[in-house]
Ligand binder design. Structure first.
Ligand SMILES: Cc1cc2nc3c(=O)[nH]c(=O)nc-3n(C[C@H](O)[C@H](O)[C@H](O)COP(=O)(O)OP(=O)(O)OC[C@H]3O[C@@H](n4cnc5c(N)ncnc54)[C@H](O)[C@@H]3O)c2cc1C
Length: 321
């Protein structure tokens, strides 16, 4: 085992997922050399893109079986790579892909499995995760000499923004994979109304301060003006059925870190802010100057949202003309 930290990059439809920048930022908290592993077919363009964007050395694992994500393929290829060299930590995004293969991979490799972490404490080399609905934090570490597969919660750290002057190296390894027990056939479009908050650059989030359901349309309209905009919500709005559960941000919803989070009529209860406090810029639109959201917001627009949002929509539309 060496002291390397390997990040297993996630990609979909030929695009690197934003969560990879968060994993790089997370990995920089841990002493050791960072390498990024990317699996696909063809993998070279993805590997080169990561090396350019991050400056990290990248190993691309290429196999015709890796055209679409498949847990067995990921496990097989990573195990092959670990046969040559073993990292101290293998960081995996805690996403549906990540949580699919990470525990089995840990068993395959004889590593510890440490899931859904949000932080690393370099003082005592422990990983930290929230338990009991965020009421307690738990510290975990693998036994001495034992490597670990660690899944990192999206949105728990700010994405890496360092300006890269020289790209990392790229090494491509090609493999034929023998018999598989499962095959991924194709991806189907999600049900209408499903949102991908984690990939959004701008989230316009609605809270109980909306007061009437019709104002959701204002929020939707505002979000649609941004190229990668999405609608978020506090829990009461989802509980009362104004928006589907997939929009909920917070402890029992998604953890997000967009570039801009516009919290409209959201008081900022701890259960909400723990899901969005790492956003790049937080702007709260709230009539209450003492609302707790102001403890995490960078700016507050202290006015009635039903007056402010239409003006903002109009101004942004003019900018687009
Ligand atoms: C176990 C548990 C888990 C939870 N999980 C989550 C979670 O994941 N996500 C989540 O969001 N909540 C969660 N909650 C609920 C959370 O505690 C809060 O109740 C909830 O976040 C409050 O939602 P809100 O801010 O929309 O509403 P409120 O707290 O009612 O706040 C409304 C805000 O709107 C402002 N406002 C009113 N009128 C206007 C106006 N005209 N213009 C502008 N501002 C106005 C008010 O000043 C106020 O600040 C959870 C609770 C529990 C117990």
């Amino acid at each position: 085992m060496n002291k390397d930290i390997w990040i297993i990059a996630e990609h979909f439809d030929g695009r690197i997922r934003p969560v990879n920048s968060e994993l790089i930022a997370f990995a920089r908290k841990i002493p050791g050399e960072i390498k990024v592993i990317v699996i696909g077919h063809p993998v070279k363009p993805l590997a080169e893109e990561i090396a350019r964007a991050t400056g990290c050395d990248v190993i691309g694992l290429d196999s015709p079986a890796a055209v679409l994500y498949n847990s067995e393929v990921y496990r097989y290829l990573i195990k092959k790579l670990c046969g040559q060299d073993q990292p101290r930590y293998l960081l995996v995004p805690h996403t549906p892909f990540g949580w699919d293969y990470a525990p089995a991979l840990a068993v395959d490799l004889g590593f510890s499995a440490i899931a859904s972490v949000t932080d690393f404490n370099p003082g005592n080399s422990t990983f930290i995760r929230q338990i009991l609905n965020g009421k307690l934090l738990e510290e975990l570490k693998s036994p001495p000499g034992c490597s670990a597969v660690v899944t990192v919660m999206p949105g728990s750290v700010k994405p890496e923004t360092e300006i890269i002057t020289s790209p990392g190296s790229v090494r491509i390894l090609e493999f034929e994979i023998p018999q598989l027990k499962t095959r991924t056939i194709r991806y189907l479009p999600a049900q209408p109304g499903t949102v991908n908050l984690k990939d959004a650059e701008v989230i316009v989030a609605a809270g109980r301060g909306l007061k009437v359901q019709e104002r959701i349309e204002l929020i939707r309209e505002l979000a649609s003006l941004f190229k990668r905009g999405a609608v978020g919500a506090s829990r009461p709005l989802c509980d009362q059925g104004w928006l589907p559960l997939g929009h909920q941000v917070g402890m029992t919803g998604s953890t997000v870190s967009p570039k801009l989070y516009l919290a409209c009529g959201i008081s900022g209860a701890l259960q909400h802010t723990m899901g969005m406090k790492n956003s790049g810029l937080i702007v709260a639109v709230n009539t209450d100057r003492k609302a707790p959201i102001l403890q995490v917001a960078h700016f507050c627009v202290n006015t009635d949202l039903s007056q402010f949002i239409p003006v903002l929509i109009e101004k942004i539309r003019k900018l687009h003309e």
